[in-house]
Design a protein around this ligand. Structure first.
Ligand SMILES: Cc1cc2nc3c(=O)[nH]c(=O)nc-3n(C[C@H](O)[C@H](O)[C@H](O)COP(=O)(O)OP(=O)(O)OC[C@H]3O[C@@H](n4cnc5c(N)ncnc54)[C@H](O)[C@@H]3O)c2cc1C
Length: 440
């Protein structure tokens, strides 16, 4: 421990710390806050030499327990002192930023310079670039623009046994080697520690228009989503909120209370393009509903950001998962979530990224009722099983972490799993990077 204090300074080492994310915390032998990528490398080298497990920490907004240590001997390595934007070239649409820069800072800098950084996971003021890369986070605009990894052209990381390396850089193309930067992206801190990344941007769209429609049920809404896809227009976002979610959160809907099964689409582009796309969206969404209308986007996204909190507040707590299914199985996944909840005597609901088939399957809980939590966990296991039956995945956004421990081996065939394990043991032969995550 004294050696760690020598590397980062005694004031940046806290012994016996509780660390973690929004769903789970755990005790670590120490919380270490390096002040540079070289210090991260030195800390990793010390841990590797002493067989000490390491848990990287970003903003702690993760929803899978990925940042919670599983052993009290582990050292938690926080990246929050690595917060410099090393370079920003708006004219070249690119930036090099350190792992501790918040997602909101990157999006703001881009916006102020007429650019767009599309990944928009829901806690941008707190989440860090490193954590957002480590979870390959998405968000509503992933439908048109893709997930975080699609905007990363290079990664600087510390690998075992304490080597500071760089894959890619400020290049828009590079196929020289295996795409090891992509391997680190979404690896939940199990292969190494991201210290910085090169990002690319696009010019910000001039205009956005939202289109909202309300349907009687999931089947009608999913048919509307399918018509949008067939229409050939590409909305920037294509979201849904089921009827139960709207019963809870619909009172504060911008423009007045709203009920039913709601689909929200966004058109963007030049003003003329946004108008054209929104008109086509209105047409595609109008069948099967008495009401479809256009609206300003900003109040809608503000309302959408509060949906999760409103649902949690309804009973005091909730258990929420993030399965993803092929988009043509969306209605089945949504209806089954409610049915699974009923079987476990729980109120179930869901909302999510309809265009991506990403369902935030949720069960409402009374925080003081332990029986309910146990039933919700059983219900969540059924939701994961459902995702697999429908040809989907147990996680589309939040990662495996601890919350879904064991499910990767259910989802992947033995051959694929063996390749996954080979990648882990090649990059982390002693299994010291975030042990127990991804695969127990
Ligand atoms: C209100 C809310 C809304 C959200 N909405 C979305 C959404 O729409 N889409 C979506 O995809 N996600 C969403 N998320 C979850 C998402 O995973 C996180 O918000 C975020 O992107 C994770 O970043 P973080 O810095 O907080 O990571 P943390 O929670 O600190 O860590 C997440 C994981 O990454 C690892 N890690 C952290 N930093 C590094 C690093 N530098 N190098 C290696 N590994 C590291 C950790 O060990 C952990 O396993 C939401 C979360 C909240 C609270």
């Amino acid at each position: 421990m004294i050696e760690l204090e020598r590397i980062v300074g005694a004031q940046h080492v806290q012994r016996d710390a509780i660390v973690g994310d929004r769903v789970l915390t755990g005790r670590a032998a120490a919380l270490v806050q390096p002040g540079s990528a070289d210090e991260v490398a030195a800390v990793v080298a010390w841990c590797y030499a002493h067989d000490v497990a390491m848990v990287p920490l970003g903003g702690g907004t993760g929803l899978a327990g990925g940042a919670a240590p599983l052993s009290e001997d582990a050292v938690a390595i926080a990246l929050d002192r690595l917060r410099s934007v090393r370079s920003f070239d708006p004219a070249l649409w690119r930036m090099e930023a350190e792992a501790g820069v918040t997602t909101a800072t990157i999006a703001r800098l881009a916006r102020e310079n007429g650019l767009l950084f599309p990944p928009d996971p829901g806690a941008p003021e707190d989440s860090h670039l490193g954590g957002t890369i480590a979870t390959n986070a998405g968000g509503p605009h992933a439908f048109k623009y893709g997930v975080t990894g699609d905007w990363v052209t290079g990664i600087e990381a510390v690998l075992a046994p304490g080597e500071l390396v760089r894959f890619g850089g400020p290049l828009r193309k590079d196929v020289a080697g295996y795409d090891l930067g992509a391997l680190l992206t979404g690896s939940e801190g199990t292969l190494g520690i991201v210290t910085a990344a090169w990002l690319r941007f696009v010019p910000a769209p001039e205009a956005q228009r939202a289109v909202v429609a309300s349907y009687p049920d999931a089947t009608a809404a999913a048919a509307a989503v399918a018509r949008v896809l067939v229409s050939g227009v590409v909305p920037a976002a294509l979201e849904y909120f089921d009827a139960q979610t709207m019963r809870i959160a619909g009172d504060t809907f911008p423009g007045g209370p709203l009920r039913g099964f709601v689909v929200l689409a966004e058109a963007d582009g030049s003003a003329a393009e946004a108008d054209r796309v929104s008109e086509e969206l209105v047409e595609a969404l109008s069948e099967g509903t008495a009401r479809v209308w256009t609206s300003a986007t900003r109040p809608l996204w503000r309302w959408r950001d509060g949906v999760s909190l409103a649902v949690a507040a309804a009973r005091g707590a909730k258990l929420s998962e993030d399965i993803v299914v092929p988009v043509d199985r969306l209605a089945e996944a949504i209806d089954a979530t409610v049915a699974i909840g009923k079987r476990h005597e729980l109120e179930g609901c869901s909302w999510g990224h309809a265009g991506d088939g990403n369902v935030h399957a949720t069960f409402l809980l009374d925080p003081d009722d332990r029986g309910q939590r146990a039933r919700a966990e059983a219900a969540a296991a059924e939701v994961f099983e459902l995702a697999l039956q429908l040809g989907g995945s147990v996680t589309g956004e939040h990662g495996i972490g601890i919350a879904k421990a064991g499910w990767l081996s259910r989802q992947w065939a033995p051959g694929a799993l063996a390749a996954h394990r080979a990648a882990k043991s090649a990059l982390d032969p002693r299994g010291l990077f975030n042990p127990g995550k991804k695969e127990p």
